[in-house]
Design a protein. Structure first.
Length: 542
């Protein structure tokens, strides 16, 4: 049995599929324009349809719409095919049934502004409709007041026809969910698939089991074994892989799988020092690969001059990311040449990377209708590249990678490390990069992380780091005027990096770390703490 997701370009479409699979039910994502009959042929056991969110607005002329027959196909081969619309998906169902979908700032919407109170990004609290049973979809939720959900929309639904029952609202959104149970149409403006929607899994389970009547007939059987087998099929029997390793979770798990699949001789791990690493990181990574993990083919590539000279004078975040992606590939190419001079008889045909699913969706890789949020360095590959790319973890989320890593014997202290982005400090020094700023940020970040560990707070947050805001402000130290940079501290809680909340670090800690950084790092006279959620912000600054 399957649940099919029509993808309208949501940042979270893959997460919907993952939530369904976590319920032991098969799920697939298909392009939004797949016709109903084609879909039915492909998935004869389909039991329900989910319309994903998406960046467009249904009232725009080119807005993507699904084949209309999905809305009319409440009976397919003698059984109903329920539809759940999420965010943009809800707005599609609303448009189809003749409701109004609009944006507060559109001038022609004046007469309905009462109902369109506005946009919501991040955390919101549901109020259940007066009849109070939450309908079929929200069954089991309305016993609790203040149900926390995650929103990310600018358009709102109003003027629903009578047959549609509004099941919940928020202070800014009159229709947070509605359903037409007799037609098996269900719709939520919020995102049940994200980890920050507290009862998201109950909602998904209500849809999958109670409404679509699916049975638990799917399981991830020994994921590690499947991945190893497919790597053996993908990489030819005499081919070798050059694997980019950073000392981070994803590349360590990916390289361990590659070594398991191909044997240690065929996997050459390369760590690139791009001059934008954290304080002491280079020595730690070398120690880790050479002494702790004892990888037989570990290579250090010192490319700091290359990266820093290419980035000189560059301020645009996407431009920086492109330069970094290309410089990585150049460094790998150079390292391939070095390896081939030593091992003349081998054939290096592949570049291995620890790319995971969120890297791809933010770079707008897997879907034609998704907007690009930021180009992750590992996906900004030059067209001229000669190596083929192998990415064993490309379908997984961070928490799944961590579980897989533990299963295949990667040490727990590495698994628990905070993620560190490949472009490193380049995307945490806003705008132009120079040696002075790198030094200031390295010192500030080092103090922040050390103190989080000392205060036993490191494991309570998902990711934490300092970033440098290249704006000077006036301070007074020892009665003298200073005119120095701002350091901003970011600490977030998350499960998979797709949504994130700011960590509620104790005031005493914030006071302590602010004093430490200002007193000990020359060039900083002001420290800020970032209290933004993702969405609408992202975790990194660029
Ligand atoms: N300094 C580096 N040298 C070589 N490859 C790198 C480097 N930094 C990143 N990469 C490559 O880019 C991929 C993506 O980086 P990313 O930071 O997302 O993952 P990671 O470093 O493996 O894990 P983590 O998210 O825990 O930091 C890595 O898996 C690795 O293949
Ligand atoms: O290897 C990487 N290359 C990149 O270009 C990149 N950009 C963001 N990140 C990491 O991805 C997660 C989500 O970050 P954002 O909310 O900023 O997109 C966070 O964990 C970020 O640190 C990157 N990792
Ligand atoms: N996340 C979404 O699906 C957003 C839908 C639509 N683009 C809006 O802003 O309301
Ligand atoms: Mg990393």
């Amino acid at each position: 049995m399957s649940i099919v997701i029509l993808n309208f370009g949501s940042q979270f479409a893959h997460l919907i599929a993952r939530r369904v699979r976590e319920l032991s039910v098969h799920s697939e994502i298909v392009p939004y324009d797949m016709k109903l009959d084609v879909m039915l042929e492909k998935f004869p056991n389909v039991r329900g349809i989910i319309l994903s969110g998406g960046p467009e607005s249904t009232h725009q002329p080119d807005a993507p719409f699904p084949d209309k027959s999905y809305f009319e196909a409440s009976t397919v081969s003698g059984r109903t095919l329920p539809i759940l619309g999420i965010c943009y998906g809800m707005q599609l169902i609303a448009t189809h049934i003749g409701a109004h979908v609009g944006r507060l700032d559109a001038p022609s919407d004046q007469e309905i502004t009462d109902h369109l109170k506005g946009m919501e990004y991040g955390k919101a609290e549901l109020t259940f409709a007066q009849h109070g049973d939450g309908g079929r979809l929200l069954k089991g939720l309305c016993s609790k007041p203040n149900e926390v959900v995650w929103m990310s929309h600018g358009d709102s639904v109003s003027k629903l026809p009578e047959k549609a029952v509004i099941t919940s609202t928020t202070t800014s959104c009159h229709v947070a969910s509605f359903e037409i149970a007799s037609e098996d149409k269900y719709a939520v403006q919020f995102h049940p698939e994200v980890a920050h929607t507290i009862s998201g899994s109950t909602i998904m389970s209500n849809f999958v089991f109670d409404i679509c009547k699916c049975e638990k007939d799917w399981s991830i059987q020994d994921l590690a074994k499947d991945l190893v087998n497919s790597l053996r099929e993908e990489v030819g029997p005499s081919e070798c892989v050059i694997m980019g390793v950073s000392g981070g979770v994803d590349s360590t798990v990916a390289s361990t799988l590659l070594i398991e699949a191909l044997g240690p001789e065929r996997v050459h791990c390369v760590f690139v020092d791009h001059g934008l690493l954290r304080k002491n990181e280079r020595q730690q990574v070398i120690q880790y690969f050479e002494h702790d993990l004892k990888f037989s083919n570990f290579h250090l590539c010192d490319a700091s001059d290359l990266f820093l000279s290419r980035l000189k004078g560059v301020t645009d975040p996407e431009e920086k990311r492109k330069i970094i992606g290309h410089s990585f590939i150049e460094s790998f190419d150079k390292e391939v040449e070095n390896i081939l001079t030593k091992h003349k008889d081998i054939q290096i045909a592949w570049l291995g990377q620890g790319t995971i699913y969120p890297d791809r969706i933010e770079s707008a890789q897997p879907s034609k209708s998704a907007h690009k949020i930021k180009s992750h360095h590992n996906l900004t590959l030059p067209a001229s590249m000669k190596l083929k790319v192998v990415e064993p973890l490309k379908e997984l989320y961070k928490d799944e990678v961590r579980r897989l890593g533990l299963q295949i014997g990667v040490p727990k202290d590495l698994i628990d490390r905070h993620p560190f982005p490949g472009p490193g400090l380049a995307i945490r020094i806003l705008g132009e990069i120079d040696h002075e700023k790198v030094k200031i940020l390295q010192e500030s970040d080092y103090l922040f992380i050390q103190e989080l560990r000392n205060w036993k707070l490191y494991d309570q947050v998902w990711q934490a780091f300092a970033a440098l805001i290249p704006v000077r402000t006036v301070g007074v130290m020892g009665d003298a005027r200073t005119y120095d940079f701002i350091i901003t501290l970011r600490a977030v809680t998350s499960v998979d990096g797709m949504t994130a909340d700011w960590a509620k670090l104790p005031y005493e800690f914030l006071e302590h770390i602010s004093t430490q950084i200002i007193n000990r790092v020359k060039g900083v006279n002001r420290v800020l703490y970032d209290v933004s959620q993702k969405p609408p912000s992202t975790i990194e600054y660029e």
